[in-house]
Design a protein. Structure first.
Length: 518
């Protein structure tokens, strides 16, 4: 343990030791008249064979915190956020972070004599943490250690999620380990860790379980281990301890604490949508247009319509909600076909307010966002649609990966989509996009097979014919190339950037050959 006054890395002075645990020591430090927090790994009690793994966890934490920019996530300095420091014969691994004013929620509960929080405060805090998780999950990470001790409440009531030492990146390697049932790093916090994480199989939905348990602790003032459980399902029997919580909020928390990940909400977006539907503090004054503002009638009508949509959702749930969702989605499709994408987007959102697990509406909304070049939002809704088994979403999400030149990563989405697809039109799109991904990787024989299968399904559609032209050229079939180009109209060529690049290259090569023969 370092003594107060110790200077580290020629710029940080130790003020005092705050805590120990999690393979490290936490210090309060001073740097340029600013107080910060310093985490230093303590590897002495740990077997040497585990040192690289523990160091990699700290490095991963530093990498993520450097990428994120959210008021609910601690910031690290642009320089020397993570560094190593030599102390005698020992290399210390260090991470500097902003100091968060306030208390963690475990301390807050203790100071408030473990009195339960209100349902309104629970909705506010649940929304804040879910929005923080949305930012983390959007960067393909998940936290893995949500609990009251790791959530700070600041003097202004805003929450900050801390301790990213257990954070995990969602990579193809990680997904492969899960599919092969290989164990990955197991990190457990009693009361808050779901079963799959205890087995070394944590997924993003593991964060929702831990967050649900945390909210139940706050709503009851009782730690989850002290609450009774259903002997048959192992579910917490907590509602009697929180009688003033609305049934809709209680249902959401129970869903978040589902025994298996598939039983929980599949994304932060779904949780936020359900919170919006159950929040009984929606202000009509905020939704209504200003009395004298006549410059933006479209946005006024839009806000009023959304307010009405939310109101209908509250009073009609759950009887008419599914039918209303279908009607909203249908109207959105009609507007979409008429190229009124902005209006279609509203109806898709309305459909999801009434039925948050509506795969078609998520897919349609993703496509609307894609057409408006809102890529991040498109990705979110395509992913949700895929979670609910929408084959077309696999096609579109994979296609976007191909356009990003991430062709190898796209292929699993097409294969999975083909397993799910029942309509020939969707199978055609999956096969055509698969051919694009294979052509991108110069897997020309495989690309030819995929594209010819697509043509066999819908030979009158031009996209697969267009894509097959450069594939046949690469395979030495010049006559086949010309035949496919004859079936490829100009408007389709312009929508296929790889084909356009190939045609430009072909023209350039032909001109060079002509110059040589002059």
């Amino acid at each position: 343990m370092l003594s107060p006054g110790t200077i580290i890395n020629h710029r940080y002075q130790i003020l005092n030791h705050i805590a120990s645990g999690g393979f490290g020591d936490i210090y309060e430090i001073q740097a340029k008249n600013t107080t910060k927090i310093l985490k230093i790994l303590n590897l002495q009690p740990v077997r040497r064979q585990y040192h690289p793994k523990i160091i990699s966890l700290l490095q991963r934490e530093a990498q993520l915190l450097s990428q994120l920019n959210h008021p609910g996530i601690p910031k690290i300095p642009a320089e020397d956020g993570y560094f190593t420091w030599q102390q005698e014969q020992q290399t210390l691994h260090c991470l500097v972070m902003a100091k968060i004013p306030g208390k963690n929620l475990a301390q807050w509960l203790h100071d408030n004599q473990h009195q339960p929080i209100s349902g309104d405060l629970a909705i506010d805090w649940l929304k804040q943490i879910t929005e923080i998780l949305h930012e983390i999950h959007r960067h393909h990470y998940f936290h893995r250690d949500i609990k009251p001790e790791n959530i700070m409440v600041q003097p202004d009531g805003k929450l900050v999620l801390i301790d990213f030492g257990a954070v995990r990146e969602i990579t193809n390697t990680y997904i492969g380990k899960l599919s092969e049932r290989q164990e990955v790093t197991i990190l457990i916090s009693q009361d808050y860790t779901p079963l799959e994480q205890i087995k070394g199989q944590s997924v993003p939905q593991s964060d929702f379980f831990a967050l649900g348990r945390t909210m139940v602790h706050l709503l009851t003032g009782i730690s989850p281990s002290q609450l009774p459980k259903d002997d048959a399902t192992d579910e917490l029997l907590w509602r009697e301890q929180a009688p003033n919580v609305s049934p809709a909020l209680a249902d959401l928390l129970d869903d978040m604490m589902g025994l298996f990940p598939r039983e929980r909400p599949q994304s932060t977006t779904i949780i936020l949508q359900r919170l919006a539907a159950i929040d009984n503090k929606l202000s009509w004054a905020e939704s209504a247009p200003p009395q004298r503002d006549i410059k933006k009638p479209q946005s006024m009508r839009r806000r009023m319509a959304m307010a009405a949509c939310l109101f209908l959702g509250v009073i009609s749930w759950p009887f008419a909600a599914p039918k209303i969702a279908v009607a909203c989605n249908k109207r959105g499709v009609e507007l979409h076909k008429d190229n009124r994408v902005n209006q279609a987007e509203f109806y898709y959102q309305c459909a999801l307010l009434f039925k948050s697990d509506y795969a078609k509406a998520h897919y349609n909304l993703g496509y609307a966002y894609e057409q408006q070049q809102k890529r991040e939002l498109a990705d979110i809704h395509y992913k949700i649609a895929m979670e609910y088994g929408n084959a077309a979403a696999h096609s579109n999400f994979g296609r976007l990966l191909v356009l990003d030149k991430n062709c190898q990563a796209a292929l699993p989405f097409f294969f999975k989509g083909l397993e799910l697809a029942t309509k020939n039109s969707v199978k055609y799109a999956l096969l055509a996009n698969m051919g694009r991904a294979q052509m991108c990787q110069q897997l020309y024989q495989e690309a030819r097979y995929s594209l010819e299968k697509a043509i066999a399904l819908a030979g009158d559609r031009p996209e697969a014919h267009c894509l097959l032209a450069p594939v046949l050229e690469a395979l030495g079939d010049r006559s086949g190339t010309l035949n496919k180009l004859d079936k490829c109209p100009g408007e389709v060529r312009r929508k296929l950037p790889e084909l356009d690049r190939w045609l430009i290259a072909q023209t350039r090569d032909r001109l060079l050959q002509e110059q040589k023969h002059r």
